[in-house]
Design a protein. Structure first.
Length: 281
């Protein structure tokens, strides 16, 4: 694994002791800058905060603080966690995209696939290097209650905390499968580019659906808050679709984020119109 280094001379406590490391804390940057840009920022002056690693949009990794030194990534006046502190942890920041509101509690924050994959690999490497058990890999949220990393607190995209934890332990996700169908209008893709995978949460096939494409889901896979639809070209995240689907013997109007604003049998044009207006679509 290639790790680029641009070490801050300001935002750390120098200790040089890797025996201190007992936890790995996962964060999100909370702004839209890349990994190198974040490293340069924290290396430029005293900020009063820092992290050991930044994982970029393309999977590139930049290190800002040496592992044996203390970064200032999860300090607080009060804590939820009984033990994890700056002094005994490594902080990993994931760079993050945003499609609208940048408020801390917004559901518009999301991770790129390459960012998540590189963060998984980095975390695994650090776990092995410092004998960190999986239950000592936690979120900033678990330490202080801060909404960080936002996508792993709200788990509103296809990248969820449960899947990340399963990936670092090598556990196989247990999927539950259901048959679903659509009407003749099918469902509409709302993402600008929707990755087609070879399995639920699986490898990128290189195929894409694009915003406005209409598709016919054939099957649904569920595991925790993860939902994937099988199409004739492969598996896609169900978080970026909109339209009518039939499951459990009923018609539901699906909104992005896999939200059902209401559910009823689609028995008339009036029902359809009323439900779409309720959904704000």
């Amino acid at each position: 694994m290639q790790i680029n280094k641009l070490l801050t001379p300001y935002n750390l406590n120098r200790l040089g002791d890797t025996n201190r490391i007992r936890y790995i804390v996962i964060h999100y940057v909370g702004a839209t800058g890349g990994a190198e840009a974040n490293c340069r920022y924290y290396a430029s002056k005293y900020i009063g905060a820092s992290a050991h690693y930044y994982v970029g949009f393309g999977g590139e990794i930049w290190q800002s603080v040496e592992d044996g030194d203390i970064a200032w990534h999860c300090g607080a006046k009060s804590y939820r966690h009984p033990e994890c502190r700056n002094s005994n942890s490594i902080g990993i920041e994931l760079c993050v995209r945003n499609k609208g509101s940048q408020a801390a509690d917004s559901r518009d924050w999301y991770f790129e696939d390459a960012t998540v994959q590189a963060a998984i690999e980095l975390t695994r490497e650090l776990m092995e290097k410092y004998s960190i058990p999986a239950d000592h890999v936690i979120r900033h949220y678990d330490v202080t209650g801060k909404i960080c990393p936002n996508p792993y607190v709200y788990n509103h995209t296809s990248h969820t905390w449960d899947v990340f934890k399963a990936a670092i332990t090598g556990e196989e996700t247990m999927w539950e499968y259901q048959t679903i169908s659509t009407d003749t209008a099918q469902v509409e893709v709302t993402a600008s580019s929707l990755v087609i995978r070879d399995a639920p949460g699986g490898k990128d096939t290189g195929g894409r659906y694009y915003k406005g494409n209409r598709i016919k889901p054939l099957r649904k896979a569920l595991a925790g808050s993860e939902r994937w639809f099988l199409t004739e070209r492969g598996w896609i995240s169900a978080d970026y679709l909109q339209g009518w689907i039939r499951e459990d013997g009923r018609w539901w109007y699906l909104r992005p984020g896999y939200i059902y604003p209401a559910g009823r049998l689609k028995s008339s044009t009036a029902d359809v119109t009323a439900l779409i207006l309720t959904a704000g679509c």
